[in-house]
Design a protein around this ligand. Sequence first.
Ligand code: SF4
Ligand code: SF4
Length: 190
Amino acid sequence: MPTTSSPAKKLFDTVLFREIWEAMKVTFRHMFHRPMTFEYPREKRTIPDTHRGALALLRYDDGQERCVGCDLCEAACPSHCIKVISEEDKTRPLQRYAKEFYIDITKCVFCGYCVEACPVNALAMTKLYEYSTPDKRTLLFDKARLYEIGERYLEDGKRYLYAHNQEKEGEESRAYRYQFPVPVQKTPNA
Ligand code: SF4
Ligand code: SF4
């Protein structure tokens, strides 16, 4: 039930601007709090290593492309936004590589399944999130762009793989997850 105040109290509250002081109390209280907001883009948050930002393709330390064009990332992607066109590597028997590689980042839901599916840790997610553009067509990342992101954000990509237990820090990833088949030398029949 609403309380009724006496005319004298009402007059007293009006003279003292009580309602205004009540409201100002909240303002004064917050003046001494540390702000919880960031003045983006001048201030930026610290992004954790597990962050799922833009995808990147990685190379081994000697510069060789990690991707073997197996298509597993394409099969694992729930958004169907990856397209891999692979072919046999003529210089390395029994080995393939991705001739073309596309990720339509406008369809990506940043689930990370493609990174988990990759047997050689060729894909990783980075802390890159600033790629907004008025031209949607530039968000179809091709192989060159994915490797370029991988080179610029190599440390982020490696940290992502460590944070998700897909690679061990300091361990040669080539030996860690996948054993490449040894080429079989055919001997002529005697
Ligand atoms: S993060 Fe998920 S949605 Fe995005 S490309 Fe990889 S599997 Fe597809
Ligand atoms: S990125 Fe990994 S899963 Fe995808 S095609 Fe290359 S090797 Fe296969």
